[in-house]
Structures are given as structure tokens and as C-alpha cells.
Write a protein that binds this ligand. Structure first.
Ligand code: ADP
Ligand code: ADP
Length: 232
């Protein structure tokens, strides 16, 4: 489903050069929940942003759904990115727009009629349990509800993959666990492949099938949760 091969990401600003990601090889299978863990500054976010080329790698190849991302034209890349949803720590909702408009936003230019958009948004809000909030604004919602809206928006174009960048880091433990339940349900019911960055071990243990541990831009170790957390 996702293959990151020999990935390096090097930032050069003025006279300062930072190697954020070095020699990373990761394969994520279809339907898998793959965790990326490590301390702040390890390169997790940079690495995950190479998957949709939000951060083009300096070296290496990114393949998603059998397509080598760097070989796509601008138009093809726009299409490929629609099939890769993303959510963030701070939700990134449009505060001056309703929940309906936030979720409908990625459907602009999709060719769907107004009724079809309304139907799709209702279906998405139902999926995340927020049908009744359609006319509210983000400021009227709790953190967990905002993240549910962000998830609904990320799923608007029926992606195959959901990238989660510290998606529960701004949430309390109880809300975190309800968001993890939702992600698990999406994985099981839709077959959604999920890549989740986290610094919380509980997230890894409760949710992920496999995990890569990053430090200083490298993958130190990767494997199944059972292998990594079972003491012999
Ligand atoms: P993590 O997600 O694990 O906290 P990041 O991927 O955000 O790590 O950062 C990895 C390293 O790359 C850090 O040293 C960070 O300062 C650096 N970095 C990230 N983005 C940029 C950028 N746009 N320009 C320069 N350095 C960057
Ligand atoms: P725009 O003119 O901004 O492109 P539209 O004319 O498509 O927007 O829709 C007008 C407004 O109607 C939208 O901003 C949206 O908030 C609202 N709307 C449409 N359908 C629904 C619905 N089922 N539930 C809530 N609001 C809706």
C-alpha cells in the first residue's frame, strides 16, 4: 500500500543543514494500522509528510497504491492526494465556517451536485457520530468533537489511507480513547490503512498492528506490536 524506500530529507536554510530523515525504509500493508513513535525532533512528522509529498524527499522513492508519487504530473498528484486523508494535532478546521462547510470543503470541484454533497456530508457526520452538529461552528465543539469533524473531512474523498500526525496529543485520556475507538472502527469497517504518529505508548499498544521507532531521523527498530512489547 505504502512503500518508502531509502528516504532522506535534508533541509538547507542559509548555512544550516538539517538531516531530518536518513535511510528510512518502511512498507505499510493495505488495511494495516502502522505507528511511528519517537521523541520530538526524531523526524516523524517530516517522514509522514513525504507520503503525500507535502514534504518531497531529498532522496528515495515514495510509492502509494502502486503509483510512484514523484513520477506523477501535478494533476495526477492532486488526484492521488485525494486518496490520502490527513489529520493533525490542532485539527486545522476553518473557524468561520460551519461543521457542514468544513466537511464539504474537500468535495468542492468534485462534480457532485448540492444534494449529493449534502448526502455525503450527512453520511460522514453520521460515521463519526456528529450528525446533530452540522450547523454548529468549530468553537462550539469540544476537542474530541473537533477531531471527529477533521476525521470526517479527511474521509470526504473516500481515501485509502489516513495519516494522523499526533492526532490525540491535544486530547485528554478519555477523549483520546474514544478517538482511537473511532480510528479502529474505520480500519475494521472501511479497511482504511492508517499511519499514526504518536509519542504516547498507550496509543501504540491499543491501536497499532506494527510500529517503527525513530530517533535522529533513523528507524531504530520496526516490527509487530506483539514482538516489540512481549517480554520473552
Ligand atoms: P518530529 O515529528 O519527530 O517531532 P520533525 O519531523 O518535526 O520531528 O523534525 C525533524 C527535524 O527536522 C527537526 O530537527 C526539525 O527541527 C527539522 N525540521 C523540520 N521541518 C523543517 C523545516 N521546514 N526546515 C528546517 N528544519 C526542519
Ligand atoms: P456556496 O454558495 O458557499 O458555495 P452553497 O450554495 O453550495 O454554498 O450552499 C449554501 C449553504 O447551505 C452552505 O454554506 C451550507 O452551509 C448550507 N447547507 C447546504 N446543505 C446543508 C445541509 N444539509 N445541512 C446544513 N447546511 C447545509
Amino acid at each position: 500500500m505504502i512503500e518508502l524506500k531509502d528516504i532522506d530529507v535534508i533541509f538547507s536554510n542559509d548555512d544550516k543543514v538539517v538531516t531530518a530523515v536518513k535511510d528510512v525504509n518502511i512498507t505499510v500493508d493495505r488495511g494495516e494500522i502502522f505507528g511511528i513513535v519517537g521523541y520530538s525532533g526524531a523526524g516523524k512528522s517530516t517522514l509522514v509528510r513525504t507520503i503525500n509529498l507535502l514534504q518531497p524527499p531529498t532522496q528515495g522513492t515514495v510509492t502509494v497504491n502502486g503509483q510512484e508519487m514523484q513520477k506523477l504530473s501535478k494533476k495526477e498528484l492532486r488526484g492521488a492526494r485525494k486518496k490520502i486523508g490527513m489529520i493533525f494535532q490542532h485539527f486545522n478546521l476553518m473557524d468561520s465556517r460551519t461543521i457542514f462547510d468544513n466537511v464539504a470543503f474537500p468535495l468542492k470541484g468534485s462534480g457532485l451536485s448540492k444534494d449529493e454533497v449534502a448526502h455525503k456530508v450527512a453520511e460522514l457526520l453520521d460515521l463519526v457520530g456528529l450528525e446533530e452538529k452540522t450547523d454548529n461552528y468549530p468553537s462550539q465543539l469540544s476537542g474530541g468533537q473537533k477531531q471527529r469533524v477533521a476525521i470526517a473531512r479527511a474521509l470526504a474523498n473516500d481515501p485509502d489511507v489516513l495519516l494522523c500526525d499526533e492526532a490525540t496529543s491535544a486530547l485528554d485520556p478519555k477523549t483520546t480513547s474514544s478517538i482511537l475507538d473511532l480510528l479502529r472502527k474505520l480500519n475494521e469497517q472501511l479497511g482504511l490503512t492508517i499511519v499514526i504518529i504518536t509519542h504516547e505508548m498507550s496509543v501504540v499498544k491499543d491501536l497499532c498492528h506494527r510500529v517503527a521507532v525513530m530517533e535522529d531521523g533513523h528507524v531504530l527498530e520496526q516490527g509487530s506490536i506483539v514482538d516489540m512489547f512481549t517480554n520473552p
